[in-house]
Ligand binder design. Structure first.
Ligand code: PRP
Ligand code: URA
Length: 208
């Protein structure tokens, strides 16, 4: 299985508050952002670094530099944008593309309504953001579109994944590693993750 699940007491703690139906919009957004930063740390474990010379108040020494110009973040609208600030905080120079997809509520198939990428997307490592990986339809389509634009190295960051969604992305895009904070039990009959957290977009934007 090409999926990495975070395993840390802080993550488990934050996830429980996030899932709670009584958690309000402000705290929900903050938690999505914090968990996204932690996911970003995990996803960048293999980042390449340049050797640099620096000078501390004491002496010259050697340091390391991560070139955030090598990256692009691509949130899937809407809910993926809730993860963006958690990543920009640690990688302020990454470029950002957007993919607008929504799930048709009857067929559960994703429908694309927006697509705008940085011109040099083919030269960047692309990190796709979406808090919920349910059937995997949106994730698979987003990755396919990015590959059509020339993206070669792609990672997928989500907060909660369903086993069905992981399986689908692994099957269609085995080269894409999924990073998540939780792998839940199942999908219900209307394609929602159980136990999940409900509708991520509605909870981030307060639309319900
Ligand atoms: C949600 C979520 C994912 C998608 C996951 O978006 O943010 O994009 O569903 O489901 P899937 O894995 O079955 O494709 P939604 O369609 O509710 O749109 P929204 O972000 O605009 O609320
Ligand atoms: N999208 C959500 O926001 N929540 C789910 O549980 C599934 C898809």
């Amino acid at each position: 299985m090409n999926a990495i699940k975070l395993d840390h007491p802080l993550v488990l703690h934050k996830l429980s508050i996030l899932r709670d139906k009584n958690t309000g919009t402000k705290e929900f957004r903050e938690l999505i952002s914090e968990l996204s930063t932690i996911l970003c740390y995990e996803a960048l474990k293999d980042a390449s670094l340049e050797d640099i010379e620096i000078e501390t108040p004491m002496c010259k020494t050697k340091g390391k530099k991560l070139n955030d110009d090598n990256y692009a973040f691509v949130p899937i609208l809407r809910a993926g944008t809730g993860m963006l600030d958690g990543l920009i905080k640690v990688m302020p120079n990454a470029k950002i593309g957007h993919i607008g997809l929504y799930r048709n509520e009857e067929t559960l198939k994703p429908v694309e309504y927006y697509y705008k990428m940085p011109k040099d997307i083919d030269k960047r490592e692309v990190i796709v953001l979406d808090p919920m990986l349910a059937t995997g339809g949106s994730g698979v389509d987003a990755i396919t579109r990015l590959k059509e634009s020339g993206a070669k190295k792609i990672k997928f960051l989500c907060i909660i994944a369903a086993p069905e969604g992981i399986e689908k992305i692994n099957e269609v895009h085995p080269d894409v590693t999924i990073y998540c904070a939780a792998i839940d039990e199942k999908l219900n009959e209307i394609g929602y993750i159980v136990p999940g957290l409900g509708d991520a977009g509605d909870r981030i934007f307060g639309t319900k």
